[in-house]
Ligand binder design. Structure first.
Ligand SMILES: [Ca+2]
Length: 468
């Protein structure tokens, strides 16, 4: 298979200048907010139309990898503050337990089964994001936003059509797929600028800082206009390469070093927004693309109290940190309702004053009521969440309210839980760790969820993909 990137003329550009303009690491600071404060925040005003939008999307960060989500050793003061001063969605699901499919869900608002390609694209995979998809960047561009992505793309590389500039982004700089798809197992990896290659096999210790600085530079160039910046950091996906200011600093070893550097990057972006007086007109989202690579031992993250990790549709594969920050415009607190990456798509389009595409199935919901402090099943019409996994986006499980029914399971760790029993029911609110299998006690719930599962299989098959 022809590789578009490998065939692109290497055009060495001024990326090194961006690298050189490094700023000092933020010193860890105590959280400004008290999580136990009983005082109810004043009701925020209605969400104004057209805020700037920033989405920060690290790779393979687990639910349990941050101070605010219970990690005792990794210092994340900026993310902790963002979570406590913003909304923390404690029942947020990534669209998939794997990278490509997760990014597809985030950027199209659609379950990854609709993509027409497998869940993880290799550098030579013939398919990529279909030109008929309306990405979040395209939808926002149509509303007058300047758009940029700095980081991991992973939605196709073998045709120019698949790359970010042809999918709504004005600017791109980054590795176009996972940072472990490198020699000797894979061919050389490109650091791309737009459609061109800057260099091959870049020094990965510079990536987190580079992406952060590019994002801030883009914001500063568009501070008088609306902008959308998407920062899918390459890490903490292995191989782990902390910048030199962070290497060897964390108690949690090299994994902690890279997470602490990402925390620094988030802090720099928030600080820059404030300095440019854009913080009250910019909504910032932070989510991981999927659960941690627990099989990597101390080089992988922690899913906290959730079972298993990335690749699996156990909670550890898809329940990840999700914070949204927008001072003065959202009601800070914890929201326990079920939300997912596809909802971020719909919400951002609505915030921009646009309309979610109606000529295709879109699975995301507009979460603006949650941003205003509302909650409850009415916001999403009590819609079930579907867990798509394994290597061709199979429907594995369904959740509605507290109940989750697994029809198929897979373990990253190769473990066979519950004696290979096929249908497993859990009460996720009471049993978030999926320890107590209760299908025998609730045959009526099993029946209801099984029927929802079968309906979804049929519906999605009927609706098809742009590749059919
Ligand atoms: Ca990932």
């Amino acid at each position: 298979m022809k590789n578009f990137i490998a065939s692109t003329t290497a055009a060495l550009t001024a990326a090194s200048a961006a690298l050189a303009a490094a700023s000092a690491a933020l010193a860890p600071t105590a959280s400004a907010a008290n999580p136990n404060s009983p005082a109810a925040p004043p009701a925020p005003p209605a969400n104004p139309v057209k805020p700037n939008i920033v989405i920060i999307y690290p790779d393979d960060m687990g639910y349990g990898d941050l101070g605010v989500t219970g990690n005792p050793d990794i210092k994340t003061p900026n993310l902790d503050r963002m979570a406590l001063d913003g909304i923390r969605f404690s029942n947020y699901y990534s669209p998939s337990p794997a990278s490509t499919a997760s990014r597809y869900g985030l950027l199209t608002g659609r379950y990854p089964i609709r993509s027409g390609f497998r869940w993880v694209l290799n550098p030579d995979s013939p398919r990529g994001i279909h030109p008929k998809e309306i990405t979040l960047a395209e939808a926002l561009k149509a509303r007058g936003y300047h758009t940029a992505i700095y980081g991991k793309w992973h939605l196709g590389t073998t045709r120019k059509d698949y790359l970010p500039l042809q999918n709504g982004f004005d600017e791109y700089l980054g590795l176009p797929y996972s940072n472990d798809m490198i020699p000797p197992k894979f061919q050389d990896i490109a650091l791309m600028n737009g459609n061109d290659t800057i260099t091959m096999n870049p020094d990965q210790t510079r990536l987190t800082k580079l992406y952060t600085e590019k994002a801030i530079d883009f914001i500063s160039r568009h501070k008088k206009d609306n902008f959308f910046v998407y920062v899918p950091y390459a890490m903490p996906h292995v191989p782990l390469h902390p910048g030199k200011e962070f290497a060897g600093k964390s108690k949690r070893g090299i994994y902690g070093d890279v997470v602490e550097e990402i925390d620094w990057g988030v802090g720099e972006i928030l600080k820059a927004l404030k300095k440019m007086k854009l913080d009250k007109n910019t909504i910032v989202w932070f989510m991981s693309d999927n659960g941690p690579w627990v099989l990597k031992g101390d080089q992988g993250g922690s899913a906290g109290l959730f079972r298993d990790g990335k690749g699996s549709t156990w909670e550890g594969g898809m329940r990840v940190p999700c914070f949204v920050y927008w001072p003065g415009h959202i009601a800070p607190g914890i929201n326990e309702d079920i939300v997912a990456g596809m909802d971020v798509y719909a919400t951002c389009i609505c915030l921009a004053g646009g309309e979610v595409p109606s000529d295709r199935p879109v699975d995301g919901f507009d979460l603006r009521p949650y941003l205003r402090g509302e909650s409850g099943p009415q916001v999403k019409n009590d819609t079930p969440f579907f867990y798509y996994g394994l290597d061709d986006n199979q429907l594995m499980a369904v959740r509605k309210g507290p109940w989750k029914l697994h029809l198929k399971t897979y373990s990253q760790l190769g473990l066979q839980y519950f004696d290979k029993k096929e249908m497993l029911l859990f009460d996720i609110y009471n049993d978030p760790s999926e320890k107590y299998e209760v299908s025998a006690e609730h045959p009526d719930i099993v029946k209801e969820l099984l029927s929802i599962y079968e309906e979804q299989l049929e519906k999605v098959k009927r609706e098809g993909t742009f590749y059919q």
